[in-house]
Write a protein of this length. Structure first.
Length: 120
């Protein structure tokens, strides 16, 4: 607003179902890392953003999460030199928002070793 700019919603004024289908078809990969509990149940957090997830969305939920239904972490796709490696941690719910930890790959094991816990 300070720069005289305003957001245009939904994204680029395009059909968001078509947009998420293009996103997946182009080879991008994303994981839902936060889900708004008043709009989606906690079973969606941590899921891969793919066409199966889009089919499972209840009526009225924007496929791209444009109304605050979810936030995602994009970790691979055609513009990436290589995928961002990560591990999935635990899911928690705070103030009716469901979150899942996304941890840099290997850091959990390194943390266990640093704490004196033998690797499994």
């Amino acid at each position: 607003a300070k720069l005289g700019m305003t957001g245009v919603f939904p994204i680029w004024q395009r059909d968001t179902r078509e947009l998420v289908e293009s996103f997946v078809t182009l080879g991008f990969r994303a994981r839902l890392c936060c889900v708004e509990g008043s709009k989606l149940d906690g079973s969606f957090v941590g899921r891969e953003l793919d066409l199966s997830l889009v089919e499972d969305l209840p009526p009225g939920i924007d496929p791209c999460g444009e109304n605050g239904e979810y936030h995602s972490f994009v970790y691979d796709g055609p513009i990436f030199r290589w995928p961002v490696e990560f591990e999935t941690g635990i899911a928690v719910c705070r103030e009716n928002r469901h979150y899942i930890d996304l941890i840099p790959a290997g850091s959990r094991q390194e943390g266990l070793v640093a704490a004196g816990i033998p690797p499994v």
